[in-house]
Ligand binder design. Structure first.
Ligand SMILES: Nc1ncnc2c1ncn2[C@@H]1O[C@H](COP(=O)(O)OP(=O)(O)OP(=O)(O)O)[C@@H](O)[C@H]1O
Ligand SMILES: O=C(O)[C@@H](O)C(=O)CO
Length: 426
């Protein structure tokens, strides 16, 4: 293994795995922190150029997030990783308590390094950094829909301040003019900032070319932190060092015979648009009611039975997705956590019943929903397939039931995502 990645959520993990796979690294995603009890922790990881460990550490208690990230790091190092990337969200999802700062601090200490880059930029999905401010499309992060995120509301866009609130370590900045001047200029700026005592460095990046420059500049860094964009330039470093052969990214994936379906617990604007398009295209669709689930008048068994009874010419769609006012009303009645858990639990159980019933091609929308479904299906390892849209690949289950599955971040994908994804399957 060349590169080890620790991702703080499930869909973020497939996002970065896709980025590496596209750039020519054979990448495997494993679910959960591998056990480090045994001295041979790395032996439990699959053989690949890059391994992405998908954690659920974005919003859990800080101590747990740190412990899981360190376990993952240990296993990746034991398997031979030469560089570690801590992957968080391209919208820097976190609070003043963490978990980005504390996890990065712990990894920095474990890896014995004095500096790490901070780069959530992902231009293909509209995330760019200028003067250290993170933008989502045309607006600064704190003006985007992330300002109202239920768990990690982002009310500032300045990455130096956001990171500064989560760590005691000084945070510096590499401006855009330096990035435009190339990798050597960036390296010189890193050295100057290190001399001034900086331990984290926010880097401006507006385009994929900028990410390639930054990727080159961090070739010698043992720890990187960022979104999937910063992974773009890393395979080339390994190739130039003679450690990686040229390899074409997959353009399709052969899927096992069986039914196709969609499960969506994501309530994002993007997902709701994608559901609208699927319903308009005549996909059989059933809206799941969290209140009925909580009251026991709707159940996973009923959802699965409905889905398996639908004609097979179009994928079925099970969705709890709703607009913010409806979600707020349900949260008022059930409590926010109970509402989320009720839906996630139902979808996890439904997915298990669907796989038992012959479903072999599944699209899942939403990070938390994906985590629950992957757990419900007992998936241990995923191999990365072709890109459906930036940040969202098809994957094949390697350890677990025989199926192909795509895990879509709430905010990702074009409006016809649920319609076009199937064309990439053989
Ligand atoms: N109708 C609903 N009312 C209340 N909560 C809901 C409803 N539908 C889904 N949920 C819950 O809302 C949460 C949605 O989070 P999820 O991470 O799956 O989607 P997302 O936030 O759009 O995606 P991402 O994290 O990838 O951006 C889940 O906990 C889900 O169970
Ligand atoms: O970086 C992103 O935006 C995504 O990979 C993600 O982490 C969504 O949860």
């Amino acid at each position: 293994m060349l590169l080890g990645v620790i991702a703080d959520d499930m869909t973020g993990a497939t996002d970065v795995a896709l980025m590496l796979n596209r750039a020519g690294m054979r990448t495997i995603q494993v679910i959960g922190a591998p056990s480090t009890g045994a001295s041979s922790a790395g032996a439990s990881l699959p053989d690949a150029d890059a391994v992405v460990v998908a954690l659920k550490s974005r919003t859990n208690p800080v101590a747990e997030a740190v412990a899981d990230s360190l376990s993952a790091c240990e296993a990746l190092l034991a398997a031979g990783a030469k560089q570690i990337l801590f992957k968080y969200c391209s919208t820097f999802d976190s609070t003043a308590q963490g978990n980005i700062g504390p996890v990065a601090d712990a990894l920095m200490q474990r890896l014995g390094t004095g500096m790490a880059i901070i780069c959530p930029a992902f231009p293909a999905n509209g995330r760019s950094i200028y003067q250290g401010y993170l933008f989502v499309g045309a607006v600064p992060l704190h003006e985007s829909s992330m300002k109202d995120h239920p768990l990690t509301p982002m009310r500032d866009s300045n990455l130096m301040r956001l990171m500064g609130a989560q760590t005691k370590a000084p945070v510096g900045h590499v401006g855009y003019a330096t990035v435009l001047a190339g990798a050597e200029a960036v390296k010189a700026r890193f050295a100057a900032l290190a001399g001034e005592g900086a331990r984290y460095v926010v880097t401006d990046a507006l385009t994929n070319d900028d990410l390639m420059v930054l990727g080159k500049a961090v070739a010698g860094h043992v720890l990187l932190t960022g979104g999937s964009g910063i992974a773009m330039g890393l395979p080339q470093n390994f190739r130039e060092a003679g450690l990686l052969r040229q390899r074409a990214a997959p353009v399709s994936l052969s899927a096992p015979k069986g039914r196709a379906g969609i499960i969506s617990g994501s309530c994002s604007t993007a997902t709701r648009g994608q559901i609208k398009a699927a319903v308009a295209a005549g996909y059989p669709a059933l809206k799941v009611d969290p209140l009925a689930l909580a009251a026991g008048t709707q159940s996973a068994a009923q959802l699965a039975a409905w889905a398996l009874a639908q004609p097979q010419d179009k994928p079925f769609l099970l969705y709890s997705s709703d607009d913010p006012a409806e979600v707020a009303a349900i949260q008022d009645k059930l409590g926010r956590d109970k509402a989320g858990e009720t839906v996630e639990h139902a979808f996890a159980e439904t997915a298990r019943l669907l796989a038992d019933g012959g479903v072999s091609k599944l699209l899942v929308a939403g990070g938390e929903t994906s985590g629950a479904v992957v757990q419900g299906l007992g998936i241990g390892t995923l191999e990365i397939g072709p890109e459906i849209d930036p940040g969202v690949p098809w994957t094949r289950v390697v350890a677990g039931p025989d199926l192909v599955i795509a895990l879509k971040s709430g905010n990702f994908g074009t409006p016809d995502f649920f319609l076009k994804a199937w064309a990439l399957l053989d």
